[in-house]
Ligand binder design. Sequence first.
Ligand SMILES: [Zn+2]
Length: 194
Amino acid sequence: MRKKICVLFSIALILLLLIPMPANARFLGHSWPRSGSLTRIPINVGAGIWEGNMHSSVNSWNTHVGHFVRFEHSVASNNLAVKRLNMQGSWFGMAYMWVSGGSSIVQFEIVLNHDHIVAQAINVNNYVRSIMAHELGHILGLADNPSTTSNTIMSHTRQRNIITIPQPFDIESVRIVYGFMSRDIINNEEEDEV
Ligand SMILES: [Zn+2]
């Protein structure tokens, strides 16, 4: 048993060395509590003119990280994504999170600032997708403006007309938040004990 765990640990170290770690990734310090091999995040995307764009952003994250942390459409009244008219201020989007125990997100609301987006966007559809994907990045635990030269959906200076989906840097960052590799090793140890 001890030898096998040691071997697994060595494999883990080798795998960790092989994973391209995003330099200077920035995290919020809270995320969804892991639940088994697949963490599910309910999300209620309201109906309306931007519904398709918002679904597209949800799907863009699910395509890349959905095998271990997945947004699932819900009709529940919590975990909302909404657009609002007549908001004050020159901001595009906001992610509000309710955190339990200092580290676990239990509820959220994403607000898209309709009037400011329409006023500023070169292409409204692209802007909505970029902003929604950015706010979903926060919901997954990523912080603003990682100091990287890689493209990232979490940068406030990104080209919102061009960077409309999570980038490889962002996907690797989420893999780190949810401890994708270390959880695999723990699962192997559990199988040893059967
Ligand atoms: Zn942000």
